[in-house]
Design a protein around this ligand. Structure first.
Ligand code: PMV
Length: 335
């Protein structure tokens, strides 16, 4: 509750994009080049508590029990500055975050992290924001966080133009597909932090990749096809569109100068096993983000078979099975 000495806590889950966000047209406002669409997971929640420290001199940020420093702390402080500006407040805050997903490994910890921080910080500073405004706010922390405000499937609109009008037009909203409840089997082949941040990789891709414009254009067509496929609850179509969209995104990075390559030999081994599943008549489709880990979309009835196949392909990988999960909300504390 606002002003409560225990602080305001919120929980949010990561989302995995089926139509990817890759590339900004405005770095400061975090306005994307194109719309994207995702599924929020029921795994790996982030819980964040924001407690105001009226006598304090600076924000105090703890991430998984360790004081955040440098760039990581600065991102949170800049986000709190934005919330303070919106609320007309000046007090610093103590922020305590617990992630249940490895941070920085392309498993969308920044999406759950900034969605939880948006809800907790808005509450702590007494801002009364509706889900659309929370989505816009979360976007300013990490673009993909705009989608984790919502459960299930969500579309994030790029909006058009520049400045305030564009800021107002770029938010996520739920895509209602009540009957569609697939599994997402996640093969973590490497849980270590990535060598190039998604922000830096996006910038380099937009600035130097000759393939970028073509992918952004085809991504718009993919989104239109995806909406139809989702409405039909057609997992084969949803999976095929998601897989081509993700591979296209990685192609833009491979063509960047210098290249950004997140996919590792183990990633390719998992991709081969997805092809072998399909050859055996199992609907299984892969998507990868800014890291080597692979998320495989399949029918819930096939999830064990898919998980076993991925485990057998890369014996030292960790496999998790997710389904659609809830949106960000106020919760019990992170301490
Ligand atoms: O929100 P960021 O800056 O972590 O960007 C993540 C982008 C991808 O995960 C690669 C794709 C997406 O749409 O989530």
């Amino acid at each position: 509750m606002p002003g409560d000495h225990l602080g305001t806590s919120a929980v949010a889950h990561p989302n995995i994009a089926l139509i990817k966000y890759w590339g900004k047209r405005d770095e400061l406002l975090k306005l994307p080049v194109a719309d994207s669409l995702s599924m929020t997971l029921d795994l790996f929640p982030t819980t964040t508590t924001v407690r105001l420290a009226p006598g304090g001199v600076a924000d105090n940020v703890t991430l998984d029990g360790v004081a955040a420093e440098g760039e990581r702390r600065q991102r949170v402080v800049a986000f709190l500055d934005l919330v303070r500006e919106m609320a007309g407040r000046v007090e610093p805050a103590t922020v305590v975050t617990r992630n249940s997903v490895p941070t920085g490994a392309g498993l969308a910890s920044s999406a759950s992290g900034f969605a939880a921080l948006a809800v907790a910080a808005a509450g702590a500073y007494g801002l009364d924001l509706d889900p659309t405004a929370l989505s816009r706010l979360a976007r300013r922390g990490s673009g993909s966080a705009a989608r984790s405000i919502f459960g299930g499937f969500a579309i994030w609109y790029a909006g058009q133009g520049t400045g305030t009008a564009a800021d107002l037009a770029s938010y996520a909203e739920p895509v209602d597909v009540p009957g569609f409840d697939p599994a997402l089997v996640i093969a973590v082949v490497n849980a270590g932090p990535k060598a190039v941040s998604s922000g830096a990789a996006m910038r380099r891709t937009v600035e130097t990749s000759p393939l970028y414009r073509a992918w952004a254009e085809s991504s718009r067509a993919d989104l239109a096809d995806m909406r139809v496929a989702l409405r039909r609850g057609d997992l084969d179509a949803v999976g095929a569109i998601a897989e081509r969209n993700a591979l296209g995104m990685h192609a833009t990075m491979l063509a960047a100068r210098p290249a950004v390559r997140y996919l590792s030999p183990a990633t390719v081994t998992v991709l081969d096993s997805v092809l072998s599943l399909r050859a055996a008549g199992i609907a299984a489709y892969a998507t990868m983000d800014a890291g080597p880990n692979v998320k495989v979309l399949c029918h819930r009835a096939d999830r064990e078979r898919v998980a076993e196949t991925l485990r057998a392909a890369v014996p030292d990988c960790s496999v998790f099975t997710a389904r659609r999960g809830p949106g960000a909300r106020l919760s019990a504390g992170a301490d």
